[in-house]
Write a protein that binds this ligand. Sequence first.
Ligand SMILES: NC(=O)c1ccc[n+]([C@@H]2O[C@H](COP(=O)([O-])OP(=O)(O)OC[C@H]3O[C@@H](n4cnc5c(N)ncnc54)[C@H](O)[C@@H]3O)[C@@H](O)[C@H]2O)c1
Length: 383
Amino acid sequence: MSADRKIRVALVGLGFGAEFVPIYLHHPNVKSLTICDTDPKVVNAVGDRFMIANRKTDLNDVLNSDEIDAVHLVTPIPLHAQHTIAVLKSGKHCACTVPMATSIEDLRAIVAAQRESGKVYMGMETAVYTRRFLYVRDMVERGEIGKIQFLRGAHYQDMEGWPPYWMGLPPMHYATHAVSPVLALAKTRARSVQCLGSGTMRPELHKQYNNPFPIETAIFELESTASLAAEVTRSLFHTARGYTESFNVYGEKATFEWEQIEEEEPVLFKKAAPAEAKGSRGSMITVERIKVPDRQDLLPKEIARFTQRGVYDESNPHLSFLQGGGHGGSHPHLVHEFVSSIIEDRQPWPNAVITASWTAPGICAHASAVKGGARVEIPQFDG
Ligand SMILES: NC(=O)c1ccc[n+]([C@@H]2O[C@H](COP(=O)([O-])OP(=O)(O)OC[C@H]3O[C@@H](n4cnc5c(N)ncnc54)[C@H](O)[C@@H]3O)[C@@H](O)[C@H]2O)c1
């Protein structure tokens, strides 16, 4: 990549978004960083901590600025579609945190806005840049998993006490951390879904989204020459389960299963000897817990350390700041892909069409749950 090409980035929404600040500040192809949040206290706290002069409290000032090439949105979920379309219409490249949107109409509008603008749109899907995803993706590429026979994704998280827009959110409207690795590893899209809502939650949580379900569980039919299915479960409320964003892949040669408890290592099952070679019932399956490598080698040296927690911000050695290690070390990989795609004048991974194809299955799954589990066809996005 051309070392002398540099872009000017704005980061908008500084809750979770603040985690990306030091990564942009250190990326060799980023010339300047503007930070923006509607809450002046938040902008000033982040600006003071990282000594950033470019501070804004109105997205319109970002959109109207000639000094910004690309915008990374980390604003609340209900604002993603309108903010993304506004960024693309302003002629700037756009990255947006998940979910891309929560309706099929908005997904289509974003795909259209990207195409009309000719700018980069990237879905900042942490689940497809984790250490575990990168490891299993490479196993699939090398043929070590063999033919994929089935996949499973799960995302359990308790959202009590989160900002108001989360309260009662249909679980499948934020399913991409469980859906995207499954579809990306199978290299396909979901064609249809049957989903059931499960459990009960207190009535006040039903109101905002007219959703009665704390948990939704879905079976997706994947597009494939042979039959292929994936199961995805998502829980948000009233369920005693520790946080996990996981995927499992069941292959003819090997199976990868995510650890049950976050502090453990994942499990790899391998078919060591088929039944016929053994001359007895059932194949011999070996099982081992595996240490998944950190892929700092895929990153510029200036931002590689942000795959890990507990780095000090060199720009202000007085402040230790836990940074960057969240979500399986994915944050610097996401920033690097977004910046690189702009510098190299190419589509990022995932682009708008792929991100829409990872988001629509969850939207359709909730529609199925509302209809008591009826089969719902999942729309395709052109690209
Ligand atoms: N793994 C992941 O990919 C992951 C993890 C956490 C959060 N997220 C996503 O990130 C987004 C933000 O999450 P959060 O927990 O920080 O939310 P939050 O609601 O706590 O914080 C959002 C921030 O955006 C600011 N904001 C609100 N409206 C704005 C506007 N119009 N312009 C500029 N700033 C505005 C708020 O003041 C706040 O500081 C959500 O959409 C969430 O889905 C993704």
